[in-house]
Write a protein that binds this ligand. Structure first.
Ligand code: ADP
Ligand code: GLC
Length: 478
């Protein structure tokens, strides 16, 4: 029996700000129970819903020193869909109204969390063979593991994996502060370890000290060895190329299933979508005050509103796009300029554009089910889950060919009759607009071909089936 501990800053259904939570919440369920005991540790944020907090069982508490301070570590536990979750409790660190407070506040929070995740192991009597760390928030775990924990018998031989979900976020601050917060000695703050352009970098620590590194698509694993995508760590990624693999994400096929989804107006499947799917669109047009026209091509966007996702391309051609016979439904929160841009266009073209500037799980499902196409013109995209959800719901992705978008959406080829979506290469607004307009032409003029694109998209398997096997292989190899 292999024992694996996932450590991350978010996991569905407890807390989610993006795709990381989907992955950490759904992947652990996909390993065969006879061979793998996979458990998960996340912070016990105050903002986790009471519905869950009430089900957590208090285990114990102790005090842990983090540099010069003794800090309280409470441990709670809960089983969810067959997986054991542990929650680290500390009022000072986790009582904010959001999981992240930004820099520098998150630095101490996640140094504490990382050290606590290691410290609780003897207490909960779980000695993992592998600690699987996710993103910069857990970057110090491989470092602490090597630095102090492996001196004791309990921890000796535990391996660590660092998975990069987004290289953009690294946890960087000046060396003096991080030395003080982490309690790590001078030895670790050199350019071959945590030092990064004269500062200190949590994620870099993880990438240097982890036994293996993964990221969430094959293409992104290649891209991050190059300066454009490497965020200053391309040299390190190249140096560790032999220990770096790209394993594409999956999604939870039970959670995202148009046949059983209780958030959507009309359930449908790969056989009857031609007749049934449109009923969702009509209902959403009504709900959002758009023109009620079953034929109008609806384009959906569900996203964090940040630069990463290519919103400056959309901003650039938004007026032009709105001259077309399309509807645009946006669900997202994030940078104010993008929130306001969509609010503005929803006001200007009120029958064509709907701006839902909030976070809502049910609304996201409605959009995946209702839209005809899904737009994701990302500047970079480690994997992307929204396009996978779209494929699952028979909604045709229009994407830029980067990272996981390139690996999961095959461009439509009208001559061969192949492909599951539409894509463009360069980060250029008119290239995007040209691709959207090409999709419009197929949608309006060649509906049978359009429906065949949907057939092929819905036939893809982006459940965790394949990718979980690749993680198993990695665990076994380690
Ligand atoms: P990222 O992790 O970079 O944000 P992904 O495509 O991997 O991008 O995952 C985004 C996840 O967050 C998807 O599950 C998507 O449906 C969800 N999501 C993003 N914004 C919202 C929102 N405003 N309301 C509901 N779900 C959202
Ligand atoms: C990150 C990436 C996204 C990926 C997700 C889950 O948030 O931005 O592309 O799908 O992590 O791995």
């Amino acid at each position: 029996m292999k024992k694996v501990l996932f450590v991350a800053s978010e996991a569905v259904p407890f807390i989610k700000t993006g795709g990381l939570a989907d992955v950490v919440g759904s992947l652990p369920k996909c390993f065969p129970k006879e061979y793998f005991d996979v458990r998960v540790v996340i912070p016990k944020y105050r903002v986790i819903k009471d519905e869950f907090k009430n089900q957590m069982r208090y285990i114990t508490n102790f005090y842990m020193d983090l540099n010069w301070r003794q800090q309280y570590v409470g441990i709670f536990e809960m089983e969810y869909e067959g997986i054991k979750f542990y929650f680290i409790d500390n009022e000072e660190h986790f009582s904010g109204d959001k999981p992240y407070a930004g820099m520098p506040w998150d630095l101490e929070k996640f140094a504490f969390f990382s050290k606590a995740a290691l410290s609780i192991l003897p207490v909960i009597d779980f000695r993992p063979d592998i600690i699987h760390c996710h993103d910069w928030q857990t970057g110090l775990i491989p470092v602490y593991l090597k630095e102090r924990f492996q001196g004791s018998d309990f921890y000796r031989g535990i391996k660590s994996i660092m998975t990069i979900h987004n290289l953009k976020f690294q946890g960087v601050w000046d060396i003096k502060t991080i030395k003080n917060i982490s309690g790590l000695p001078d030895y670790y703050f050199t350019p071959d370890k945590l030092e990064f352009k004269k500062d200190a970098n949590y994620l870099k620590g993880g990438l240097v000290y982890a036994d293996a590194i993964t990221t969430v698509s094959k293409t992104y694993a290649e891209e991050i060895k190059m300066p454009f995508y490497g965020e200053g760590l391309d040299g390190l990624m190249s140096a560790r190329a032999n220990d770096l693999r790209g394993i594409v994400n999956g999604i939870d096929y039970d959670e995202y299933n148009p046949e059983t989804d209780s958030f959507i107006t009309k359930n449908y499947n790969a056989k009857n979508f031609r007749k049934e799917k449109v009923k969702n669109k009509i209902a959403l047009q009504q709900e959002l005050g758009l023109e009620q026209d079953p034929k109008a091509m609806m384009i959906g966007v569900v996203s964090r509103l940040t630069d990463q996702k290519g919103f400056d391309l959309i901003a650039y051609v938004m007026d032009e796009l709105c001259q077309d016979n399309i509807q645009l439904v946006v669900l997202g929160t994030g940078e104010e300029r993008y929130e306001n841009m969509f609010r503005h266009f929803a006001w200007k073209y009120d029958k064509k554009v709907a701006a839902c500037i909030y976070y809502s799980e049910p609304m996201s499902h409605k959009i995946y089910a209702s839209a005809d196409a899904f737009l994701m013109p990302s500047l970079f995209e480690p994997c992307g889950l929204s396009q996978l959800m779209s494929l699952r719901y028979g909604t045709v992705p229009i994407v830029r060919e980067t990272g996981g978008l390139k690996d999961t959406v095959q461009p439509y080829n009208e001559y061969e009759g192949s492909g599951t979506g539409f894509s463009f290469t360069n980060y250029n607004a008119h290239e995007m607009l040209g691709t959207i307009r090409y999709a419009e032409r197929i949608y309006y003029d060649r509906k049978r071909d359009w429906n065949k694109i949907i057939d092929r998209g819905m036939a893809q398997d982006y459940s965790w089936n394949n990718s979980a096997r690749q993680y198993e292989e990695l665990y076994n190899w380690l």
